[in-house]
Ligand binder design. Sequence first.
Ligand SMILES: [Zn+2]
Ligand SMILES: [Zn+2]
Length: 600
Amino acid sequence: MQVTFWGTRGSIAKAGPGTVRYGGNTSCVSIRTDGGTQLVLDCGTGAHGLGQHLLATADGRPVDGHILISHTHWDHIQGLPFFAPLFVQGNTWHISGPSGLGGSLGEILAGQMEYRYFPVEIGQLSAHVEHHDLVEGTFEIDDIVVSTQYLNHPALTLGYRIEADGAVVVYSSDHEPYDQELAVGGDLGRNRHDDAHARFVADADLLIHDAQYLGAEYPDHVGWGHSTVEYVVDLARRAGVHRVALYHHDPSRTDAQVDALLELAREHAATAGYDGEILAAAEGSTVEVRGGRPRPTVSGARTSSAAASALAARSNLAVVCARTPEIADALAGAARAEHLEVIATDDLHEAFDAVRSREPGIVLIEAIADAVGFDLVAAIRHLERPTASGVPIIMVGRSEARWRLDADETHITEWLVWPASPFFLRTKLRAWLLRRSSRWQNAPLPDDEAQRIEALHGLGVLDTAPEQRFDRHADEIRATLDVPIALVSLVDTERQWFKSHRGVDVVETPREMSLCAHAILGDDVLQVEDTLADPRFADNPLVADAPRLRFYAGMPLTLADGSRVGTLCVADYRPRHLDDDQLAALRRVATAVTTELQRR
Ligand SMILES: [Zn+2]
Ligand SMILES: [Zn+2]
């Protein structure tokens, strides 16, 4: 990959004699693969120069490509209306980014091109332009595999992990340490969010990372959503990054000051024991990145804009439990701004009842010094229905309460230090709602749902006692495939009910948790080799919580009239792969089960 910096500045463009060497344009990086795929990371004012360059070197061919926007703050999109390839007929551009606060990416980008601000509207662009709203996941662009992860910033922001040509480049702009104490340096392994960030950038050949501040400057910039040099160096060390480009330079920094910042980064690296290469991103410079890694496998599909908005609707209810009026107002206000219905209370029992009976999409709790907030978390996590117990819980508290974090960490989804800006709160809400819904998808109803349910009920088998004639088939397939769990699962209107359940002591689950509800959409085996790697199932309570299924294979039970009433399915606690012979066995036994079902 050829990585070129077209804009390295954060916040606002800063032209002038003081920014000649590192450049004055805002965020824009281009990546060109050996195969010729053109990627653009962010479209700050640097995109103007890139666009000119692409047209000048096009040689009469169309200039096509893909733009990945980290987020829609000015410094990352302001060059888009000046990106010349969008104005040339015959060119095709895909613009992807996180769906921002309160609108799709396309709507937000159109906003900055309204006639009040710009003489050409987005719909009048001559090139063919498509917008894609992204959530966390993995997708492919030609010869590139892209993975995304939310960053810690007061607007919904995605980092991009780009794998191509046997190498990895990670673009992580506009990110603040989750643990503010790490801004002056320290071990990222101490908390799971910074550790997750390290895993996202792990082993990168080139990490382009926000390093706007020095640790000493950080106290005046807490909550602004940016990193420090010390944090980035410690991140690179922990993550085994080979080369780091300090990026998103503060607009007030001169070239000499960026030199000094780089010097400080290298000193910190020497002290901390990081021996990778550190450079400060300079406008106009190109870095060659290559390696010998195999191409990664992709399990998830690209999430289209339609999918992203449909996904967000699992539950639009937020339960807020806070006692400090200022915090209660801020939490409820953020939830309402995100168009959520809000139940707000200062009473722990009321909050608990609301979570149990209403199954909200998100819960916000104020951490209270006497630890009662943590009791509420524990009570929620012990609820029986996984749809209630697995709800994302954001806890907000003053930094003094942080000491609770280690002990209770696994139960809290995310910890926010108060005071937190309304934008940070909204971003967290949106990110967790999207995360949950994008990694756990309800199966759509089959086209013949009404007829299918009628056929199922007509069998007269639902809610009958276990029978040897079904159990022996389940036992047979369990032994043949050497799996711990085998089920004869019938997908009813609101539930899946097990006529036979071998290896697991459950008679039914809600349909929204049913993997079989996905299997009956096809006419052959649905094999999920690793549920955690599949965005449809990773956060399904049967996967994320007990019994923690990692493998699933279900063969539809198809009646004579064509109705797929359920499955014969097998499951395991570890990833598996069924070969052709094993799949054939599953099909064969499923046919025998279907025969039994229709015998009455
Ligand atoms: Zn920025
Ligand atoms: Zn920003």
